[in-house]
Design a protein around this ligand. Structure first.
Ligand code: MG
Length: 374
């Protein structure tokens, strides 16, 4: 199927507020229309604009055919269809310029339905109760069975929709109405709540939220560390000094829990590991307090726009008992990381006396961290 996309943007409506028609207003750094056009990248595209907007339209993208709109929506679409007459196009998708959030999945559904039907369009069944109202009072209810909210792109076999528009008297709400008036079958495919038409000022705020949701970056990282026991009378675990009959051996303060957590954050950022940022061969880190490492990892996350959503540390040892200290450990980590203790978990397990932790030769730690960028 040779498909052309007709983007209809000739309206002058300013219900969305501001001096410019809604399709020319800015949304997250570019015009609404630029978002819409990008959604159909790869297709042959025609953009129907008000003659006054020709220059503005030409600045949007290079590979788009600009068509002058008419006095009504039908006339605007008709102009674009006539511009395609005699081309090798055999199907068209007709889309509202003010629906910038159309997804490629939705477009694919419409195109696929055109294999079996002369027309196809997305819609969402009405789920809210429907009322009639007069002067702010409910005057009746309306059965919603079989009712749909229509969206675009509305797809059609090209010769059929051209013929339908040529024969239509005008005044149709959309191209499905024109198609049906000419006796074409139009299949309904699943619409998408995000594929809304920007109409009112509040729609722009919702639109920004949709775009933010699309760009949300969620990262998960894990870390693992082991330190051996040596002579001593305390260990540092997750920023807390815990009295114990042994100490942990290490170049720094050997805080195995904090090291695992630090590596989890580096891991989420795909930013190396603790040994890379603080080489053990470098004497300046000898005996260093591990909060230096953890703060560094948090700073790297912050610099890249991430917040630490939560983290979870598991210490593996027979002794010392961690339970009595876990609350203090969570508080200590929260302070170092600058996040709430409610987002930090410190728990412990034994290894049932098996392996090196079971023989009390050392302590192992595992950690997971979730980073989010909105
Ligand atoms: Mg370590």
């Amino acid at each position: 199927m040779k498909i052309a996309v007709i983007i209809v943007a000739a309206g002058r409506g300013t219900r969305a507020g501001g001096n410019l028609p809604k399709q020319w207003q800015m949304l997250a750094g570019k015009t609404v229309l630029a978002h819409t056009i990008d959604a159909f990248a790869g297709y042959r595209r025609l953009l129907v604009v008000h003659p006054d907007d020709r220059a503005r339209a030409a600045a949007l993208v290079d590979d788009i055919q600009i068509v002058d709109g008419g006095g009504t929506r039908d006339q605007s679409v008709r102009n674009a269809l006539e511009a395609l007459d005699g081309s090798d196009v055999n199907a068209v998708l007709i889309h509202d310029g003010a629906r910038p959030f159309v997804s490629s999945d939705l477009i694919d559904r419409v195109v696929a339905a055109l294999n079996d039907s002369a027309g196809a369009a997305p819609a969402i069944s009405v789920t809210d109760a429907l009322w009639t109202g007069v002067q702010g009072q409910v005057s009746g209810t309306q059965d919603r069975t079989g009712l749909y909210r229509a969206q675009t792109p509305q797809g059609f076999h090209f010769p059929a929709i051209l013929h339908a528009h040529r024969g239509h008297p005008g005044g149709a709400a959309d191209d499905v109405e024109v198609a049906r008036a000419a006796g074409l079958q139009v299949a309904i495919v699943a619409g998408d709540e995000h594929n809304m038409k920007l109409t009112f000022p509040a729609d722009f705020a919702r639109g920004e939220a949709i775009l933010k949701g699309r760009s949300m970056d969620i990262r998960l990282g894990n870390g693992y560390d082991v330190h051996a026991f040596t002579e001593g009378d305390h260990v540092w675990l997750c920023g807390v000094k815990v009295p114990h009959g042994r100490a942990l051996l290490g170049h720094s303060d050997a805080d195995v829990g904090m090291h695992a957590l630090t590596d989890a954050i580096y891991g989420a950022l795909a930013d190396g590991d603790i040994g890379q940022h603080f080489p053990p061969s470098d004497p300046q880190w000898k005996g260093a307090q591990s909060h230096i490492f953890l703060r560094h990892a948090v700073q790297r996350a912050t610099e890249r726009g991430f917040v630490i959503s939560n983290c979870d540390v598991t210490l593996v040892c027979e002794r010392p008992k961690i339970g009595p200290h876990s609350s203090a450990m969570r508080q200590a980590l929260a302070q170092i990381m600058g996040i709430e203790a409610g987002r930090i978990s410190v728990k412990a397990t034994t290894s049932e006396r098996l392996g090196f932790t079971g023989r009390e030769e050392g302590i192992a730690a595992l950690a997971t961290a979730t980073l989010v960028k909105l």
